[in-house]
Design a protein around this ligand. Structure first.
Ligand code: SF4
Length: 318
């Protein structure tokens, strides 16, 4: 049955809910990971896609996302600073380019940028486009179609907006904006001609079924790049005491995402430092073919030089 489902995915056929239930409960994890590996080798891009992000604005946010250090109503300690200026941003982009990273993303905290910040962001994107050869991405919150079209015009290639979890679990971790608003951003970004990047956080108390639902929604939306973040419980936030996921559960999640999203970039994102090198290698084997490298949002990441060696040893062109 496992081999049949592997062949079904490789043949381009969608999996049914009984198939997904079978995979969720498949008892021999190494066999499940090997099947996900076979799908990855045939269907997914074999050039590893590394990107770097810059936290372009950080502050006290109006929203109530229960995992987030920037949510103003909780008591996490976080650095607050205004939108980065364009020359500092260019320096960071050029440093990224010098290291051989070809994708660079601007990330701002908050539900959406102010009109003033949005005008500055357009200037920054245009400036980076003119002065680097990077593929430019941005994660700027709940943007309108007009704003997304203006960003595309300025030189943006991809818009990031995480759905975070399943539609049914999302209201348990955020009540100040809706899942549908996030889906609308992704659909508007596609309508504006942008590629889309959207994934979620695992380990917030959701079930494996919630993760499978998230992956299916991302498949329906034809998302190109899917970041998988491991919850990093932050002191002062409501999820501070959340128990970490087991390594097996993390690897099973990655394998299931690969079964559901055979062609996507599955991007290891925040929380990666929780993984031992052995588990990181198993994650790369089971479907991860992209990662955020360099500085992470509010925590630090491994150095790219060491990352490159591990990605190459996993069989990817780097
Ligand atoms: S909208 Fe963004 S910055 Fe604001 S609380 Fe949610 S995740 Fe954090």
């Amino acid at each position: 049955m496992l081999k049949t489902l592997q062949a079904k995915v490789i043949a381009g056929e969608p999996l049914h809910s009984a198939d997904l239930t079978f995979l969720m409960h498949y008892p021999v994890l190494p066999e499940l990971l090997a099947a996900a590996h076979a799908i990855t080798r045939v269907c997914a891009p074999q050039r590893f896609d590394a990107c770097s992000i810059i936290n372009a604005k950080c502050g006290r946010c109006s929203e109530d996302c229960r995992w987030c250090a920037q949510a103003g109503r909780y008591h996490a300690v976080t650095t607050v600073y205004p939108l980065i200026d364009k020359d500092r941003c260019l320096q960071a982009a050029l440093a990224c380019e010098r290291q051989g990273i070809h994708r660079f993303s601007l990330v701002t905290g908050g539900k959406k940028p102010t009109a003033h910040d949005f005008a500055s962001l357009l200037v920054i994107i245009k400036y980076l486009k003119e002065n680097t050869s990077l593929s430019l991405c941005a994660s700027l919150g709940l943007l309108s179609l007009e704003q997304l079209a203006a960003l595309k015009e300025a030189g943006l290639e991809r818009c990031h907006c995480n759905l975070e979890s399943s539609a049914s679990f999302f209201p348990q971790v955020c009540t100040t904006h809706s899942y549908q608003e996030k889906i609308a951003v992704l659909q508007d970004a596609q309508a504006a001609g942008l590629s889309v990047c959207s994934g979620g956080i695992i380990g917030m108390g959701e079930s494996m079924d919630d993760r499978v639902q998230l992956a299916q929604t991302l498949r329906q939306l034809q998302v190109d790049s899917v970041p998988l973040n491991l919850l990093q419980p932050i002191a002062g936030t409501p999820l501070a005491k959340q128990d970490p996921l087991s390594e097996d559960e993390i690897l099973r999640t990655i394998a299931l995402f690969r079964f559901i999203l055979p062609h996507a970039y599955l991007r290891l994102a925040g929380g990666r430092r929780q993984l031992t090198e052995e588990v990181l290698r198993q994650a790369l084997y089971s479907g991860i073919n992209a990662a955020i490298v360099g500085d992470f949002l509010t925590t630090s990441g491994a150095t790219f030089a060491h990352d490159k060696i591990i990605f190459a040893q996993a069989g990817y062109a780097v």
